[in-house]
Structure formats: C-alpha cells, structure tokens
Design a protein around this ligand. Structure first.
Ligand code: NAD
Ligand code: MG
Length: 285
C-alpha cells in the first residue's frame, strides 16, 4: 500500500493522447526497478501503445527478460524514444512504429515492419486504446463511437489477422481489456463496450487458435496511473484516481507488467482463453 504514490494528485489536464513526460508523479514503468530473469529469451514481441504507461512497462520487462520489441504508438515520439532507450539499454533491439491504428493500412504496416526487421512474431500485445469521458449518450458523436471501436477493437482484429501467418506454435496474443469489460463505468460507455468486446474476442480466438498452439489471453487492469487517465478524465477523477480500490491508490504500470511476462512465457503453456485482473483488491467476475 505504501510503495507507490497515493491520491490526492494535482490536476494536470493534457490533450489526448497525453505526454508521460509531463505527468506528476511520473508513472513508474519499471525503468529503474524491473529485474529480468531470462523468461522470454530470444522471443520477438510486437506491442501496441508501448510508448507510455502499461505498454512501456511491458516493453521494458520483455526486453529485460530477453525479448526484442517492436513498439507501436500514435505520435508521442519523445515517450517512444524513452521506451526505446530502456529496451536498448537492456541489450535488446527496439523498432519504433508510429501511426494511427484506426487506419487499416497502419495495422498491416506495423506487422510487416516487425516481420521485415525480426523475421517473425512470438508475442503480440494489443494494448493501444482510446477513451473519452461523457456524462450523457447524446454527447457521444457517431464519429467518436466509431473511432473508439476502430482503435480498440477493429485494429486488434486486423493486427491479429495480419500477424498470424508469422506466428508459430508456442506463440501468444495478449489483449489489454479492463475492469470495465464487465463492470462498465457509465461515463465511459463506448470504451467499456470495446473492453467487453476485447475480452469476448480473446475467449473465442483462444479456442479457435488452440490447435495451432497459439494462446490468447486478456488482462483486465483496474485504475493505473498513465497518460490515458490525465488526458481523458475530469480533474476531480484524476485527483482521486484509484482511491476507491481496496489498496486505496492506483496501480503503477510496473505492477501490471509481470502478468504479461508470465502470459508470454513458455511457463504459461496451459493458460489460454481467460482474463486476468490487476485491480488493487477488487474482484473481477
Ligand atoms: P497510455 O496512454 O500510456 O497508452 C495507450 C496508448 O495507446 C498511447 O500511448 C497511444 O500511443 C496508443 N494509441 C492511442 N490511440 C492510438 C491510435 N489511434 N493509433 C495508435 N496508437 C494509439 O495508457 P495506458 O493506460 O497504459 O493504456 C494501455 C491499455 O491499458 C489500454 O488498452 C487501456 O484501455 C488499458 N487500461 C488502462 C487502465 C488505466 O487505468 N490506465 C485501466 C484498464 C485498462
Ligand atoms: Mg502514450
């Protein structure tokens, strides 16, 4: 309970998609703390939304466990360079792949570039997401509804489909869902809908890909201190972020990364089709 920052936090509004470098306190992605032990030696990982937050923590952990990492992100070049710096400091290769995953061609391009650079994909982490807070349904435009589905759900489908020909038996796909997948926050209706879809897609795809030896799993984080939060939530929610969890504080990205390491590792050979919570004490269904 006391290892990491607790609310209240200072209000710190930012435009979407948010700049991790401007956050106070600075999110802990394990830059100076995560210790690897060779659990992903020689694997190739493609991680979306890996410039910042949970994706960066996963990239750093994967690199320290021995994986080369392709980092997809929207346009936060400074945050992405920082992720690359830590991956390379771990002695692994990092490929930076900016681009809007709402566009089909960019979904195909990140897979193509990863395969051109590394030859295959062992671990695919679909983690990029968009959300916006709204008090009423009328506030949500058709464009925003479709954009939320495109980035959070359709991009995941397209990237999985493009990556599969380059994945062998023993590979894994890990999709970032949310506690919103079955306990929707009313102010995040479009986003929560996509997070339910991600969990459901994961469960179906796991059964479909079992005979090919590819595992598919989703992770359901609770409140985690990342740019997504300060760039999309009202100030009063940012100030008290994570307070309502039994641990009384938000999680830091570094506290989410270890489950991705386990799920990507060969030790998880019988783990597929399910959803794992990282929630600070709140049960998930
Ligand atoms: P984050 O802002 O650090 O990461 C999200 C990333 O998605 C961004 O860095 C951005 O580069 C990328 N992205 C957004 N729109 C994109 C687009 N159009 N094209 C390409 N990339 C795009 O925030 P985070 O909280 O670490 O988010 C990672 C995942 O965790 C998301 O799927 C989010 O829904 C999930 N999650 C977060 C929380 C939380 O409390 N922070 C809780 C549950 C689930
Ligand atoms: Mg970012």
């Amino acid at each position: 309970m006391t290892d990491y920052p607790k609310p209240p936090f200072a209000p710190q509004p930012q435009p979407v998609p948010g700049d991790q470098g401007r956050m106070v306190p600075y999110p802990d992605c394990g830059e100076t703390s995560y210790k690897g032990s060779g659990r992903l030696t020689g694997k190739i990982a493609l991680i979306t939304g890996a410039d910042s937050g949970i994706g960066r923590a996963v990239a750093i952990a994967f690199a320290r466990e021995g994986a080369d990492v392709a980092v997809s992100y929207l346009d936060e070049h400074e945050d992405a360079k920082e992720t690359a710096r830590w991956v390379e400091e771990a002695g692994r290769k990092c490929l930076l792949l900016p681009g809007d995953l709402a566009q089909k061609e960019n979904c195909l391009a990140i897979v193509k570039a990863t395969v051109e650079e590394f030859g295959r994909i062992d671990v695919l982490v679909n983690n990029a997401a968009f959300q916006m807070t709204h008090k009423t349904l009328e506030e949500i435009s058709d464009e925003e509804w479709l954009k939320t589905l495109d980035i959070n759900v359709t991009a995941m489908f397209r990237i999985c489909k493009a990556a599969l020909p380059h994945m062998k038996s023993g590979g894994s796909i890990i999709n970032t869902s949310s506690v919103n997948s079955d306990m929707p926050n009313a102010t995040l209706v479009a986003y929560a809908t996509t997070k339910g879809a991600i969990a459901n897609f994961t469960a179906g795809l796991a059964q479909m890909l079992a005979e090919r030896g590819i595992r598919v799993i989703s992770v359901a984080p609770g409140p985690i201190w990342t740019p997504l939060i300060v760039s999309t939530m009202p100030e009063e929610q940012v100030t008290h972020f994570g307070e309502q969890t039994p641990l009384g504080r938000p999680g830091q990205p570094v506290e989410v990364a270890p489950i991705y390491v386990l799920l990507a590792s060969d030790e998880a050979s019988y783990i597929s089709g399910s959803r794992y919570g990282v929630t600070g004490g709140k049960p998930i269904l």
